[in-house]
Design a binder for this molecule. Structure first.
Ligand code: SF4
Length: 610
Protein backbone atom coordinates (compact mmCIF):
# COMPACT_ATOMS: atom_id res chain seq x y z
CA UNK A 1 0.00 0.00 0.00
CA UNK A 2 1.17 3.51 -0.71
CA UNK A 3 0.17 6.48 1.41
CA UNK A 4 -0.99 4.20 4.17
CA UNK A 5 1.42 2.05 6.16
CA UNK A 6 -1.15 -0.76 6.17
CA UNK A 7 -0.57 -1.56 9.83
CA UNK A 8 -2.21 -0.92 13.21
CA UNK A 9 -0.56 -1.37 16.54
CA UNK A 10 -2.81 -3.42 18.83
CA UNK A 11 -2.17 -2.95 22.53
CA UNK A 12 -3.79 -5.08 25.23
CA UNK A 13 -3.06 -3.39 28.56
CA UNK A 14 -4.59 -6.22 30.61
CA UNK A 15 -2.24 -8.79 29.14
CA UNK A 16 0.64 -6.37 28.73
CA UNK A 17 0.99 -7.22 25.04
CA UNK A 18 1.35 -5.21 21.86
CA UNK A 19 1.30 -6.59 18.33
CA UNK A 20 1.45 -5.09 14.88
CA UNK A 21 -1.47 -6.07 12.68
CA UNK A 22 -1.83 -5.65 8.95
CA UNK A 23 -5.26 -4.48 7.88
CA UNK A 24 -7.22 -5.04 4.70
CA UNK A 25 -6.61 -2.48 1.96
CA UNK A 26 -10.38 -2.19 1.49
CA UNK A 27 -10.59 -0.53 4.88
CA UNK A 28 -8.38 2.27 3.60
CA UNK A 29 -10.30 2.55 0.33
CA UNK A 30 -13.67 2.70 2.06
CA UNK A 31 -12.88 4.70 5.19
CA UNK A 32 -9.66 6.65 4.37
CA UNK A 33 -8.17 6.93 7.89
CA UNK A 34 -8.58 9.05 11.04
CA UNK A 35 -12.24 9.31 11.94
CA UNK A 36 -13.21 6.78 9.28
CA UNK A 37 -10.88 4.16 10.76
CA UNK A 38 -11.93 4.99 14.31
CA UNK A 39 -15.65 4.57 13.78
CA UNK A 40 -15.18 1.39 11.74
CA UNK A 41 -12.98 -0.17 14.42
CA UNK A 42 -15.36 0.81 17.23
CA UNK A 43 -18.40 -0.42 15.31
CA UNK A 44 -16.79 -3.76 14.45
CA UNK A 45 -15.12 -4.46 17.76
CA UNK A 46 -17.18 -2.99 20.60
CA UNK A 47 -19.95 -5.02 22.11
CA UNK A 48 -23.10 -2.86 22.15
CA UNK A 49 -23.75 -1.48 25.62
CA UNK A 50 -20.08 -1.61 26.66
CA UNK A 51 -19.41 0.55 29.70
CA UNK A 52 -17.29 3.38 28.30
CA UNK A 53 -15.04 3.39 31.37
CA UNK A 54 -14.55 -0.37 31.47
CA UNK A 55 -11.51 -2.26 30.15
CA UNK A 56 -13.70 -3.46 27.27
CA UNK A 57 -13.94 0.00 25.72
CA UNK A 58 -11.34 0.63 23.03
CA UNK A 59 -9.25 3.69 22.55
CA UNK A 60 -8.24 4.52 19.00
CA UNK A 61 -5.51 6.93 17.90
CA UNK A 62 -5.80 7.21 14.13
CA UNK A 63 -3.89 9.13 11.47
CA UNK A 64 -4.79 9.42 7.80
CA UNK A 65 -3.10 8.87 4.44
CA UNK A 66 -1.81 12.46 4.28
CA UNK A 67 -0.54 12.62 7.84
CA UNK A 68 3.18 13.05 8.21
CA UNK A 69 3.85 14.13 4.65
CA UNK A 70 5.00 17.68 4.11
CA UNK A 71 1.59 19.06 3.11
CA UNK A 72 -0.35 22.02 4.54
CA UNK A 73 -1.59 21.51 8.08
CA UNK A 74 -1.30 17.73 7.93
CA UNK A 75 -0.10 17.04 11.49
CA UNK A 76 -3.46 15.98 12.93
CA UNK A 77 -4.49 12.88 14.85
CA UNK A 78 -7.97 11.59 15.71
CA UNK A 79 -8.47 10.21 19.22
CA UNK A 80 -11.67 8.21 19.69
CA UNK A 81 -13.62 5.84 21.93
CA UNK A 82 -17.16 5.17 23.02
CA UNK A 83 -17.86 8.33 25.00
CA UNK A 84 -18.43 8.15 28.76
CA UNK A 85 -20.08 11.59 28.52
CA UNK A 86 -22.65 10.87 25.82
CA UNK A 87 -22.80 7.09 25.59
CA UNK A 88 -22.35 7.44 21.82
CA UNK A 89 -19.51 7.76 19.35
CA UNK A 90 -16.88 10.16 20.69
CA UNK A 91 -13.77 11.61 19.15
CA UNK A 92 -11.76 14.74 18.48
CA UNK A 93 -8.62 15.73 16.65
CA UNK A 94 -5.46 17.41 17.79
CA UNK A 95 -2.30 18.59 16.11
CA UNK A 96 0.64 16.72 17.53
CA UNK A 97 4.09 15.51 16.74
CA UNK A 98 2.85 12.12 17.96
CA UNK A 99 0.89 11.66 14.75
CA UNK A 100 3.97 12.22 12.58
CA UNK A 101 6.04 9.90 14.77
CA UNK A 102 3.30 7.26 14.69
CA UNK A 103 3.32 7.21 10.91
CA UNK A 104 7.12 7.17 10.82
CA UNK A 105 7.09 4.24 13.24
CA UNK A 106 5.17 2.36 10.54
CA UNK A 107 1.59 2.50 11.85
CA UNK A 108 -1.60 4.26 10.80
CA UNK A 109 -3.39 3.76 14.11
CA UNK A 110 -3.05 2.42 17.63
CA UNK A 111 -5.94 0.47 19.15
CA UNK A 112 -5.75 0.11 22.92
CA UNK A 113 -7.91 -2.24 24.95
CA UNK A 114 -7.96 -3.66 28.48
CA UNK A 115 -6.69 -1.97 31.60
CA UNK A 116 -3.17 -1.82 33.00
CA UNK A 117 -2.74 -2.90 36.61
CA UNK A 118 -0.90 0.30 37.44
CA UNK A 119 -0.20 3.66 35.83
CA UNK A 120 1.49 3.04 32.51
CA UNK A 121 3.19 4.86 29.67
CA UNK A 122 3.05 3.27 26.24
CA UNK A 123 6.40 3.72 24.52
CA UNK A 124 6.69 3.05 20.80
CA UNK A 125 9.96 3.27 18.92
CA UNK A 126 9.57 1.92 15.42
CA UNK A 127 8.91 -1.83 15.81
CA UNK A 128 9.70 -1.86 19.51
CA UNK A 129 6.85 -1.34 21.98
CA UNK A 130 7.10 -1.22 25.75
CA UNK A 131 4.68 -0.63 28.60
CA UNK A 132 6.62 1.50 31.05
CA UNK A 133 5.86 2.12 34.69
CA UNK A 134 3.98 5.43 34.77
CA UNK A 135 3.89 5.87 38.54
CA UNK A 136 6.22 8.88 38.50
CA UNK A 137 3.86 10.70 36.12
CA UNK A 138 0.53 9.89 37.78
CA UNK A 139 -0.92 13.03 39.34
CA UNK A 140 1.10 15.35 37.11
CA UNK A 141 -0.44 17.80 34.68
CA UNK A 142 -0.32 17.00 30.98
CA UNK A 143 2.37 19.67 30.42
CA UNK A 144 4.72 18.34 33.11
CA UNK A 145 4.15 14.78 31.94
CA UNK A 146 5.20 15.61 28.39
CA UNK A 147 8.15 17.66 29.58
CA UNK A 148 9.44 14.83 31.77
CA UNK A 149 9.01 12.21 29.07
CA UNK A 150 10.90 14.42 26.63
CA UNK A 151 13.68 14.96 29.14
CA UNK A 152 14.07 11.21 29.38
CA UNK A 153 13.45 10.22 25.75
CA UNK A 154 14.41 13.24 23.67
CA UNK A 155 12.81 16.41 22.36
CA UNK A 156 11.58 14.97 19.09
CA UNK A 157 9.40 12.35 20.75
CA UNK A 158 5.67 12.83 20.17
CA UNK A 159 3.67 12.66 23.39
CA UNK A 160 -0.06 12.33 24.08
CA UNK A 161 -0.92 12.67 27.75
CA UNK A 162 -3.78 13.02 30.15
CA UNK A 163 -3.82 15.23 33.21
CA UNK A 164 -5.51 14.63 36.58
CA UNK A 165 -8.93 15.12 34.95
CA UNK A 166 -8.39 12.01 32.84
CA UNK A 167 -7.06 10.11 35.85
CA UNK A 168 -10.18 11.05 37.82
CA UNK A 169 -12.37 10.14 34.86
CA UNK A 170 -13.97 13.54 34.52
CA UNK A 171 -16.35 12.83 31.70
CA UNK A 172 -15.12 15.67 29.52
CA UNK A 173 -11.43 15.00 30.07
CA UNK A 174 -9.40 15.10 26.88
CA UNK A 175 -5.99 14.14 25.48
CA UNK A 176 -3.31 16.84 25.43
CA UNK A 177 -0.09 17.40 23.52
CA UNK A 178 2.43 20.23 23.18
CA UNK A 179 1.04 22.42 25.96
CA UNK A 180 -2.22 23.47 24.46
CA UNK A 181 -3.21 21.18 21.65
CA UNK A 182 -6.05 19.01 22.89
CA UNK A 183 -8.66 16.66 21.45
CA UNK A 184 -11.35 14.16 22.37
CA UNK A 185 -13.77 16.39 24.22
CA UNK A 186 -16.43 13.72 24.79
CA UNK A 187 -14.21 12.16 27.48
CA UNK A 188 -11.55 10.33 25.48
CA UNK A 189 -9.09 11.40 28.23
CA UNK A 190 -11.33 9.74 30.83
CA UNK A 191 -11.25 6.51 28.82
CA UNK A 192 -7.45 6.72 28.79
CA UNK A 193 -7.49 7.27 32.57
CA UNK A 194 -9.85 4.34 33.10
CA UNK A 195 -7.21 2.16 31.46
CA UNK A 196 -4.45 3.54 33.68
CA UNK A 197 -2.75 4.84 30.56
CA UNK A 198 -1.09 8.12 31.49
CA UNK A 199 0.66 8.78 28.21
CA UNK A 200 1.67 7.48 24.81
CA UNK A 201 5.13 8.45 23.60
CA UNK A 202 6.27 7.71 20.06
CA UNK A 203 9.42 7.94 18.02
CA UNK A 204 9.64 6.77 14.44
CA UNK A 205 12.40 6.79 11.87
CA UNK A 206 10.98 5.04 8.82
CA UNK A 207 10.16 6.53 5.47
CA UNK A 208 6.47 6.51 4.74
CA UNK A 209 5.53 4.87 1.47
CA UNK A 210 4.25 7.28 -1.17
CA UNK A 211 3.01 6.41 -4.65
CA UNK A 212 4.90 9.29 -6.23
CA UNK A 213 7.35 10.75 -3.72
CA UNK A 214 8.78 13.28 -6.19
CA UNK A 215 5.38 14.66 -7.12
CA UNK A 216 4.29 14.69 -3.48
CA UNK A 217 7.32 16.77 -2.58
CA UNK A 218 6.77 19.17 -5.46
CA UNK A 219 3.08 19.80 -4.81
CA UNK A 220 3.74 19.96 -1.08
CA UNK A 221 6.15 22.86 -1.59
CA UNK A 222 3.77 24.53 -4.07
CA UNK A 223 0.81 24.14 -1.72
CA UNK A 224 2.64 25.52 1.29
CA UNK A 225 3.64 28.54 -0.81
CA UNK A 226 0.06 28.94 -1.98
CA UNK A 227 -1.13 29.17 1.63
CA UNK A 228 1.32 32.02 2.23
CA UNK A 229 -0.02 33.90 -0.80
CA UNK A 230 -3.64 33.96 0.38
CA UNK A 231 -4.90 37.53 0.94
CA UNK A 232 -6.13 36.86 4.47
CA UNK A 233 -2.88 35.20 5.55
CA UNK A 234 -1.30 38.24 7.22
CA UNK A 235 -4.37 39.02 9.32
CA UNK A 236 -4.79 35.35 10.20
CA UNK A 237 -1.21 35.31 11.53
CA UNK A 238 -2.06 38.28 13.74
CA UNK A 239 -5.20 36.91 15.35
CA UNK A 240 -5.91 33.35 14.21
CA UNK A 241 -9.40 32.28 15.28
CA UNK A 242 -9.54 35.08 17.87
CA UNK A 243 -11.02 37.61 15.42
CA UNK A 244 -14.17 35.50 15.70
CA UNK A 245 -14.87 37.10 19.11
CA UNK A 246 -15.59 40.49 17.52
CA UNK A 247 -17.36 38.83 14.57
CA UNK A 248 -19.62 36.84 16.90
CA UNK A 249 -20.36 39.95 18.95
CA UNK A 250 -21.28 41.93 15.82
CA UNK A 251 -23.59 39.14 14.73
CA UNK A 252 -25.13 38.38 18.13
CA UNK A 253 -23.88 34.81 18.34
CA UNK A 254 -21.25 35.18 21.09
CA UNK A 255 -22.41 32.80 23.85
CA UNK A 256 -23.04 34.93 26.89
CA UNK A 257 -24.25 34.02 30.39
CA UNK A 258 -24.90 30.38 29.61
CA UNK A 259 -26.24 31.08 26.12
CA UNK A 260 -28.91 33.45 27.38
CA UNK A 261 -27.62 36.16 25.05
CA UNK A 262 -25.50 36.53 21.93
CA UNK A 263 -23.76 39.75 22.92
CA UNK A 264 -21.40 40.48 25.80
CA UNK A 265 -20.78 43.97 27.20
CA UNK A 266 -17.05 43.32 27.57
CA UNK A 267 -16.47 41.50 24.27
CA UNK A 268 -13.71 43.91 23.20
CA UNK A 269 -11.71 43.09 26.31
CA UNK A 270 -11.50 39.43 25.28
CA UNK A 271 -11.31 39.91 21.50
CA UNK A 272 -8.72 39.58 18.79
CA UNK A 273 -7.37 43.13 19.04
CA UNK A 274 -6.85 42.82 22.80
CA UNK A 275 -5.07 39.57 22.12
CA UNK A 276 -2.74 41.30 19.65
CA UNK A 277 -1.62 43.73 22.35
CA UNK A 278 -0.87 40.92 24.80
CA UNK A 279 0.56 38.33 22.44
CA UNK A 280 4.02 37.02 23.29
CA UNK A 281 4.37 34.17 20.82
CA UNK A 282 2.66 31.87 18.38
CA UNK A 283 2.45 28.10 18.31
CA UNK A 284 1.12 25.66 15.80
CA UNK A 285 0.59 22.05 14.92
CA UNK A 286 3.35 20.21 13.06
CA UNK A 287 3.47 20.65 9.28
CA UNK A 288 1.51 23.90 9.47
CA UNK A 289 2.52 27.34 8.31
CA UNK A 290 -0.59 29.00 9.71
CA UNK A 291 0.37 28.62 13.41
CA UNK A 292 -2.91 29.75 14.92
CA UNK A 293 -2.09 29.15 18.59
CA UNK A 294 -1.72 32.66 20.02
CA UNK A 295 0.09 32.75 23.33
CA UNK A 296 -0.29 35.45 25.98
CA UNK A 297 0.93 35.66 29.56
CA UNK A 298 -2.00 34.86 31.82
CA UNK A 299 -3.00 36.55 35.09
CA UNK A 300 -0.24 34.64 36.87
CA UNK A 301 2.40 35.40 34.20
CA UNK A 302 2.30 31.90 32.71
CA UNK A 303 2.01 31.30 28.94
CA UNK A 304 -1.41 30.25 27.74
CA UNK A 305 -2.43 29.42 24.16
CA UNK A 306 -5.78 30.88 23.17
CA UNK A 307 -8.32 30.38 20.46
CA UNK A 308 -11.89 31.51 19.89
CA UNK A 309 -13.69 28.56 21.43
CA UNK A 310 -11.90 28.61 24.75
CA UNK A 311 -12.16 32.39 25.04
CA UNK A 312 -15.88 32.45 24.21
CA UNK A 313 -16.69 29.64 26.62
CA UNK A 314 -14.42 30.66 29.50
CA UNK A 315 -15.01 34.38 28.85
CA UNK A 316 -18.39 35.70 27.72
CA UNK A 317 -20.25 32.51 28.54
CA UNK A 318 -19.34 32.84 32.20
CA UNK A 319 -19.40 36.66 32.18
CA UNK A 320 -15.62 37.08 32.50
CA UNK A 321 -14.29 40.08 30.58
CA UNK A 322 -10.58 39.89 31.28
CA UNK A 323 -8.43 38.08 28.72
CA UNK A 324 -5.57 37.36 31.12
CA UNK A 325 -7.94 35.73 33.59
CA UNK A 326 -9.59 33.77 30.79
CA UNK A 327 -6.08 32.67 29.81
CA UNK A 328 -5.43 31.38 33.32
CA UNK A 329 -8.59 29.25 33.27
CA UNK A 330 -7.59 28.05 29.82
CA UNK A 331 -4.07 27.08 30.89
CA UNK A 332 -5.34 25.29 33.97
CA UNK A 333 -7.84 23.36 31.87
CA UNK A 334 -5.20 22.35 29.31
CA UNK A 335 -2.75 21.21 31.95
CA UNK A 336 -5.43 19.36 33.94
CA UNK A 337 -6.55 17.79 30.66
CA UNK A 338 -10.13 18.96 30.75
CA UNK A 339 -11.96 20.32 27.72
CA UNK A 340 -12.19 24.12 27.74
CA UNK A 341 -15.51 24.23 25.86
CA UNK A 342 -17.34 21.86 28.19
CA UNK A 343 -15.66 23.47 31.18
CA UNK A 344 -16.93 26.95 30.22
CA UNK A 345 -20.35 25.46 29.55
CA UNK A 346 -20.65 23.70 32.94
CA UNK A 347 -19.30 26.72 34.85
CA UNK A 348 -21.87 28.96 33.08
CA UNK A 349 -24.53 26.42 34.02
CA UNK A 350 -23.40 26.44 37.67
CA UNK A 351 -23.52 30.26 37.73
CA UNK A 352 -27.06 30.25 36.44
CA UNK A 353 -28.06 27.45 38.82
CA UNK A 354 -26.64 29.50 41.70
CA UNK A 355 -28.53 32.61 40.54
CA UNK A 356 -31.73 30.55 40.41
CA UNK A 357 -30.99 29.11 43.87
CA UNK A 358 -30.86 25.56 42.57
CA UNK A 359 -27.33 25.45 43.93
CA UNK A 360 -26.71 26.57 47.49
CA UNK A 361 -23.22 27.82 46.68
CA UNK A 362 -22.99 31.45 45.58
CA UNK A 363 -21.19 31.59 42.22
CA UNK A 364 -21.73 34.93 40.54
CA UNK A 365 -21.33 35.71 36.84
CA UNK A 366 -17.76 36.64 36.06
CA UNK A 367 -16.40 35.54 39.45
CA UNK A 368 -12.89 34.54 38.39
CA UNK A 369 -11.75 33.17 41.76
CA UNK A 370 -14.84 30.98 42.01
CA UNK A 371 -14.40 29.79 38.42
CA UNK A 372 -10.81 28.86 39.18
CA UNK A 373 -11.76 26.99 42.34
CA UNK A 374 -14.60 25.27 40.52
CA UNK A 375 -12.21 24.13 37.79
CA UNK A 376 -10.02 22.43 40.39
CA UNK A 377 -13.03 20.95 42.16
CA UNK A 378 -14.28 19.49 38.87
CA UNK A 379 -10.89 17.98 38.08
CA UNK A 380 -10.60 16.42 41.54
CA UNK A 381 -14.34 15.69 41.82
CA UNK A 382 -14.80 17.67 45.02
CA UNK A 383 -17.89 19.51 46.35
CA UNK A 384 -19.98 21.12 43.55
CA UNK A 385 -17.24 20.00 41.17
CA UNK A 386 -18.26 16.38 41.61
CA UNK A 387 -21.76 17.26 40.36
CA UNK A 388 -20.34 19.03 37.30
CA UNK A 389 -17.62 16.48 36.47
CA UNK A 390 -20.13 14.21 34.75
CA UNK A 391 -21.21 16.98 32.38
CA UNK A 392 -24.06 19.44 32.19
CA UNK A 393 -26.74 16.91 31.19
CA UNK A 394 -26.12 14.78 34.23
CA UNK A 395 -25.82 17.84 36.52
CA UNK A 396 -29.19 19.17 35.30
CA UNK A 397 -30.88 15.84 35.91
CA UNK A 398 -29.49 15.71 39.43
CA UNK A 399 -30.43 19.31 40.22
CA UNK A 400 -33.98 18.90 38.93
CA UNK A 401 -36.35 21.84 38.64
CA UNK A 402 -36.30 23.26 35.14
CA UNK A 403 -32.51 22.91 34.81
CA UNK A 404 -32.74 20.66 31.73
CA UNK A 405 -34.34 23.55 29.80
CA UNK A 406 -31.16 25.58 30.07
CA UNK A 407 -28.54 22.82 30.33
CA UNK A 408 -26.91 23.68 27.01
CA UNK A 409 -26.12 20.28 25.53
CA UNK A 410 -27.20 18.01 22.72
CA UNK A 411 -26.85 14.22 23.03
CA UNK A 412 -25.01 14.85 26.29
CA UNK A 413 -22.18 16.94 24.79
CA UNK A 414 -21.95 20.56 25.89
CA UNK A 415 -22.71 23.09 23.13
CA UNK A 416 -19.65 24.99 21.92
CA UNK A 417 -19.13 28.68 21.12
CA UNK A 418 -22.11 29.89 19.06
CA UNK A 419 -25.47 31.08 20.29
CA UNK A 420 -28.26 29.91 17.98
CA UNK A 421 -31.36 31.83 19.08
CA UNK A 422 -31.24 33.42 15.63
CA UNK A 423 -29.24 30.88 13.63
CA UNK A 424 -31.37 27.88 12.60
CA UNK A 425 -28.77 26.28 10.30
CA UNK A 426 -26.12 26.38 13.02
CA UNK A 427 -28.68 24.89 15.42
CA UNK A 428 -29.24 22.06 12.91
CA UNK A 429 -25.51 21.61 12.62
CA UNK A 430 -25.22 21.21 16.40
CA UNK A 431 -28.31 19.02 16.47
CA UNK A 432 -26.98 16.55 13.93
CA UNK A 433 -23.23 16.62 14.66
CA UNK A 434 -21.80 13.14 15.01
CA UNK A 435 -20.41 13.49 18.54
CA UNK A 436 -23.09 15.69 20.14
CA UNK A 437 -23.18 19.49 20.05
CA UNK A 438 -19.92 20.18 18.24
CA UNK A 439 -19.31 23.04 15.80
CA UNK A 440 -16.53 21.17 14.08
CA UNK A 441 -18.51 19.00 11.67
CA UNK A 442 -20.43 21.85 10.06
CA UNK A 443 -19.34 25.36 10.99
CA UNK A 444 -22.17 26.83 8.98
CA UNK A 445 -22.59 30.00 11.04
CA UNK A 446 -20.46 32.31 8.91
CA UNK A 447 -22.22 31.18 5.71
CA UNK A 448 -25.60 31.51 7.44
CA UNK A 449 -24.93 35.07 8.57
CA UNK A 450 -24.18 36.17 5.02
CA UNK A 451 -26.94 34.03 3.48
CA UNK A 452 -29.73 35.27 5.78
CA UNK A 453 -30.42 34.54 9.40
CA UNK A 454 -34.16 34.21 9.57
CA UNK A 455 -34.94 31.52 7.04
CA UNK A 456 -35.30 27.77 7.54
CA UNK A 457 -35.05 26.93 3.89
CA UNK A 458 -33.77 23.89 2.07
CA UNK A 459 -30.47 25.54 1.07
CA UNK A 460 -29.50 25.55 4.74
CA UNK A 461 -30.01 21.81 5.04
CA UNK A 462 -27.89 21.25 1.94
CA UNK A 463 -25.15 23.45 3.34
CA UNK A 464 -25.09 21.60 6.68
CA UNK A 465 -24.77 18.25 4.90
CA UNK A 466 -22.11 19.56 2.51
CA UNK A 467 -20.03 20.85 5.42
CA UNK A 468 -20.50 17.68 7.43
CA UNK A 469 -19.19 15.73 4.45
CA UNK A 470 -16.21 17.99 3.96
CA UNK A 471 -15.23 18.97 7.45
CA UNK A 472 -16.74 16.16 9.48
CA UNK A 473 -15.63 13.30 7.28
CA UNK A 474 -13.11 14.19 4.53
CA UNK A 475 -10.78 16.42 6.57
CA UNK A 476 -11.22 14.33 9.73
CA UNK A 477 -10.27 11.20 7.84
CA UNK A 478 -7.45 12.44 5.60
CA UNK A 479 -6.49 13.57 8.51
CA UNK A 480 -5.65 17.23 7.89
CA UNK A 481 -6.71 20.55 9.34
CA UNK A 482 -9.63 22.20 7.57
CA UNK A 483 -8.57 25.74 8.45
CA UNK A 484 -6.47 26.49 5.33
CA UNK A 485 -9.66 25.97 3.30
CA UNK A 486 -12.10 27.54 5.78
CA UNK A 487 -10.10 30.59 6.76
CA UNK A 488 -7.87 31.32 3.79
CA UNK A 489 -9.78 29.86 0.88
CA UNK A 490 -7.07 27.30 0.08
CA UNK A 491 -8.73 25.44 -2.79
CA UNK A 492 -10.33 22.04 -2.20
CA UNK A 493 -9.01 20.62 -5.46
CA UNK A 494 -5.57 20.36 -3.89
CA UNK A 495 -6.70 17.42 -1.78
CA UNK A 496 -7.42 14.87 -4.55
CA UNK A 497 -3.98 15.81 -5.93
CA UNK A 498 -2.33 15.18 -2.57
CA UNK A 499 -4.16 11.87 -2.29
CA UNK A 500 -3.11 10.78 -5.76
CA UNK A 501 0.56 11.53 -5.13
CA UNK A 502 0.47 9.87 -1.70
CA UNK A 503 -1.67 6.80 -2.42
CA UNK A 504 -1.83 6.46 -6.20
CA UNK A 505 -5.63 6.56 -5.97
CA UNK A 506 -7.53 8.96 -8.19
CA UNK A 507 -10.51 10.05 -6.17
CA UNK A 508 -12.76 12.90 -7.21
CA UNK A 509 -14.60 15.08 -4.71
CA UNK A 510 -17.72 13.06 -5.56
CA UNK A 511 -15.91 9.85 -4.59
CA UNK A 512 -14.75 11.51 -1.38
CA UNK A 513 -18.33 12.57 -0.60
CA UNK A 514 -19.51 8.97 -0.97
CA UNK A 515 -16.86 7.90 1.53
CA UNK A 516 -17.94 10.80 3.73
CA UNK A 517 -21.57 9.67 3.66
CA UNK A 518 -20.47 6.16 4.59
CA UNK A 519 -18.53 7.50 7.58
CA UNK A 520 -21.34 9.84 8.73
CA UNK A 521 -23.92 7.08 8.41
CA UNK A 522 -21.78 4.61 10.33
CA UNK A 523 -21.32 7.13 13.15
CA UNK A 524 -25.12 7.49 13.28
CA UNK A 525 -25.53 3.70 13.30
CA UNK A 526 -23.11 3.52 16.24
CA UNK A 527 -25.30 5.92 18.26
CA UNK A 528 -28.48 4.08 17.41
CA UNK A 529 -27.00 0.69 18.32
CA UNK A 530 -25.91 2.08 21.69
CA UNK A 531 -29.21 3.80 22.47
CA UNK A 532 -31.50 1.20 20.86
CA UNK A 533 -35.08 1.84 22.04
CA UNK A 534 -34.01 5.03 23.82
CA UNK A 535 -33.07 6.56 20.45
CA UNK A 536 -35.49 9.09 18.96
CA UNK A 537 -35.39 12.26 16.88
CA UNK A 538 -35.44 14.20 20.16
CA UNK A 539 -31.71 13.38 20.27
CA UNK A 540 -31.20 15.83 17.38
CA UNK A 541 -33.07 18.74 18.93
CA UNK A 542 -31.36 21.59 20.81
CA UNK A 543 -32.35 22.56 24.36
CA UNK A 544 -35.57 24.47 25.13
CA UNK A 545 -33.73 27.73 25.87
CA UNK A 546 -33.17 28.47 22.17
CA UNK A 547 -36.84 27.86 21.34
CA UNK A 548 -38.48 29.45 24.35
CA UNK A 549 -36.33 32.17 25.95
CA UNK A 550 -35.86 35.03 23.46
CA UNK A 551 -32.72 37.16 23.35
CA UNK A 552 -33.15 40.29 25.44
CA UNK A 553 -30.26 42.31 23.99
CA UNK A 554 -28.56 43.30 20.75
CA UNK A 555 -29.73 43.60 17.16
CA UNK A 556 -31.58 40.28 17.39
CA UNK A 557 -33.46 41.12 20.57
CA UNK A 558 -36.70 39.12 20.80
CA UNK A 559 -35.50 36.33 18.48
CA UNK A 560 -35.74 32.65 19.28
CA UNK A 561 -35.85 29.48 17.21
CA UNK A 562 -39.17 28.26 15.83
CA UNK A 563 -39.70 24.67 16.96
CA UNK A 564 -41.99 23.66 14.11
CA UNK A 565 -39.75 25.07 11.43
CA UNK A 566 -36.64 23.52 13.01
CA UNK A 567 -38.44 20.20 13.01
CA UNK A 568 -39.31 20.56 9.33
CA UNK A 569 -35.65 21.33 8.59
CA UNK A 570 -34.61 18.26 10.54
CA UNK A 571 -37.02 16.10 8.56
CA UNK A 572 -35.60 17.45 5.32
CA UNK A 573 -32.12 16.68 6.64
CA UNK A 574 -33.16 13.07 7.34
CA UNK A 575 -34.71 12.77 3.86
CA UNK A 576 -31.52 14.01 2.18
CA UNK A 577 -29.41 11.67 4.27
CA UNK A 578 -31.67 8.67 3.58
CA UNK A 579 -32.56 8.28 7.24
CA UNK A 580 -36.11 7.64 8.48
CA UNK A 581 -38.27 9.94 10.61
CA UNK A 582 -36.48 8.73 13.75
CA UNK A 583 -33.14 9.74 12.25
CA UNK A 584 -32.15 6.10 11.70
CA UNK A 585 -30.50 5.14 8.38
CA UNK A 586 -32.79 3.03 6.22
CA UNK A 587 -31.78 -0.39 4.87
CA UNK A 588 -31.64 1.08 1.39
CA UNK A 589 -29.21 3.82 2.45
CA UNK A 590 -26.98 1.43 4.35
CA UNK A 591 -26.86 -0.98 1.43
CA UNK A 592 -26.18 1.81 -1.09
CA UNK A 593 -23.18 2.92 0.97
CA UNK A 594 -21.76 -0.60 1.14
CA UNK A 595 -22.89 -1.03 4.75
CA UNK A 596 -25.15 -4.05 4.23
CA UNK A 597 -23.51 -5.84 7.16
CA UNK A 598 -24.26 -2.80 9.34
CA UNK A 599 -27.94 -3.03 8.36
CA UNK A 600 -28.03 -6.67 9.46
CA UNK A 601 -26.36 -5.90 12.78
CA UNK A 602 -28.42 -2.75 13.47
CA UNK A 603 -31.61 -4.65 12.63
CA UNK A 604 -30.95 -6.83 15.68
CA UNK A 605 -31.52 -3.80 17.91
CA UNK A 606 -34.07 -1.60 16.17
CA UNK A 607 -36.63 -2.11 13.44
CA UNK A 608 -35.09 -0.67 10.28
CA UNK A 609 -37.17 1.09 7.66
CA UNK A 610 -36.85 -0.31 4.14
S1 SF4 B 1 -4.29 26.07 11.29
FE1 SF4 B 1 -4.08 26.03 13.51
S2 SF4 B 1 -5.25 24.18 14.18
FE2 SF4 B 1 -4.89 24.01 11.96
S3 SF4 B 1 -3.03 22.78 11.80
FE3 SF4 B 1 -2.43 24.95 11.75
S4 SF4 B 1 -1.94 25.48 13.87
FE4 SF4 B 1 -3.11 23.57 13.88
Amino acid sequence: MNGWNGKFLRVDLTRGKAVAQEYDANLARNFLGGRGFAVKILWDELKPGTDALSPENKLVFAAGPLTGFSLPSSGKLVVAAKSPLTGGYGDGNLGTLATIQLRKAGYDAIVVEGKAKKPTVLWIEDDKTELLDGKEFWGLGAFETEKKIKEERGKTVGVLAIGPAGENMVKFANVVSQEGRAGGRPGVGAVMGSKNLKAVAIKGSKTMPAADPKELKTIGVEALREVLKKPNYAFWKRQGTMSTVEWSQQNSVLPTHNFREGVFDQADAIGGFTLEKLKVSQRGCPECNMTCGNVIKDAGGEPSELDYENVAMLGSNIGLGDLKKVATLNRLADNYGVDTISLGNVIGFAMEASEKKLLKEKIEWGDYEKAKALTEDIVYRRRTGSLLADGVHSAAEKLGGDASRWAMQIKGLEISGYDCHAAPAMALSYGTSSIGASHKDAWVISWEVSFGRESYEEAKVHKVIELQRLRGAVFESLTTCRLPWVELGFELDWYPKFLRAATGMSLTMTDLFTIADRICTLMRAFWVREYQKRWSRAMDIPPARWFEDPLTKGAFKGRKLDRKRYDAMLQLYYDKRGWDSRGIPTKKTLTKLGLGDVATELGRFVQLSA
